[in-house]
Design a protein around this ligand. Structure first.
Ligand code: NAD
Ligand code: ZN
Ligand code: ZN
Length: 346
């Protein structure tokens, strides 16, 4: 067996990723080794590589939190998975399992959580070490390339829609119809909502319509807020902001119906002003939503296994990651790029 692997690393914030040959890691007690088949490229990887957020990863590190692969080795004491299982190594890499949040099935906000491709090396590499208690279990019938976007973009939007508390028949608005948003639209339709998609790119909106959006609005148009209010008869009951743009957050609050919920999911650096009078007088709930729990993950994958949700993926080799980052930054990715470790292109 070969002992070396290819990996792409962030060696300094804002620098192109560097390709290195590294030793394949050995799983310690309680760890597993996964041989990567595919890994999605999330806008979060871009934030990580730029050091956009207050809590920063420490270079050098391997990004990627949509890695799917087969378990090829088990550390001592591992019983939860077996060799050959197809698993995903998600953003929620591990949690403590016994704090108040873990005990209430909110492991996503555990204070001791580790994050894949951020505080732990991720999927932009041929092998990934993982915690068997937190990996996603990929249902049979889903290819690794198809499953990859679901373990971050899928679970995050599915959970975000749930926490808007919208009911079937209600309007939900998805702001940002990219990697996260194109899946959000499909989950929202499958959950029985009427869907309004908002983006600044007409091609994304054409795609949104093809995916079932009932109403699409270009946020660059001057009267986008008015268009949403008119088209939804007063604003959306649930709003999910996935766009990595502070303007989208500001607009999203104004697009929320009275007594509705605006769920914040996108993570552009910075802050945005909240129009207090409108939020108070209209009894609007603003809440954050961070990926999803392991139960949310199982549910999100089941939608896809049932054929109700399908990621639109563009396959690229690991060696193309810097071009992919550049395109993602400039809104030039149609939906989700997935790095394909099985194809010839590598
Ligand atoms: P993406 O680049 O694939 O998609 C972003 C979309 O937003 C694009 O279609 C773009 O055209 C659109 N957009 C840009 N500005 C806009 C505006 N002003 N109004 C409406 N649409 C606009 O990115 P992605 O992978 O979908 O990630 C989106 C964001 O979600 C990132 O900030 C990422 O870090 C964050 N994220 C958060 C979580 C979480 O758990 N909360 C999980 C994953 C990703
Ligand atoms: Zn992500
Ligand atoms: Zn915990």
């Amino acid at each position: 067996m070969t002992t070396q692997m290819h990996a792409a690393l962030v060696t300094g914030f804002g620098k192109p990723l560097e390709f290195r040959q590294m030793a394949i890691p050995t799983p310690g007690p309680g760890q597993i080794l996964v041989k990567t088949e595919a890994c999605g490229v999330c806008h979060t990887d871009l934030h990580a590589a730029r050091g956009d957020w207050p809590v920063k990863p420490v270079p050098p590190f391997i990004p990627g939190h949509e890695g799917i692969g087969r378990v090829v080795a088990l550390g001592a004491g591992v019983t939860r998975v077996k060799e050959g299982d197809r698993v995903g190594v998600p953003w929620l890499y591990s949690a403590c399992g016994h704090c108040e949040h873990c005990l209430s099935a909110w492991e996503t906000v555990c204070g001791e959580a580790e994050f894949g491709g951020y505080t732990k090396n991720g999927g932009f590499a041929e092998y990934i070490l993982a915690d068997p208690n937190y990996v996603a279990h990929v249902p049979p019938g889903l290819s690794p390339q198809q499953a990859a976007p679901l373990i971050c973009a899928g679970v995050t939007t599915y959970k975000g829609l749930k926490v808007t508390d919208a009911k079937p028949g209600d309007w939900v608005l998805v702001s940002g119809a990219g990697g996260l948003g194109h899946l959000a639209i499909q989950y929202a339709k499958a959950m029985g909502f009427q869907v309004c998609a908002v983006d600044i790119d007409d091609e994304k909106l054409t795609h949104a319509t093809a995916l079932g959006a009932d109403l699409v609005v270009n946020a660059k148009s001057e009267d986008a807020i008015e268009a949403v209010r008119n088209g939804t008869d007063g604003g959306a009951h649930g709003v999910l902001i996935t766009a990595p743009s502070l303007t989208a957050f500001h607009q999203g609050i104004a697009m929320t119906r009275k007594r509705g919920t605006c769920a914040l999911v996108g993570l552009p650096a910075g802050e945005f002003p909240v129009p207090l009078f409108d939020v108070v007088a209209n009894c609007i709930t603003i809440r954050g939503s961070f990926v999803g729990t392991r139960q949310d993950m199982a549910e999100a994958l089941a939608f896809a296994a049932d054929g109700k949700v399908k990621a639109n993926v563009e396959l690229q080799p690991l060696s193309a990651i810097n071009e992919v980052f550049d395109r993602l930054e400039h809104g030039k990715v149609a939906a989700r790029v997935v790095l394909d470790f099985e194809g010839d292109a590598r």
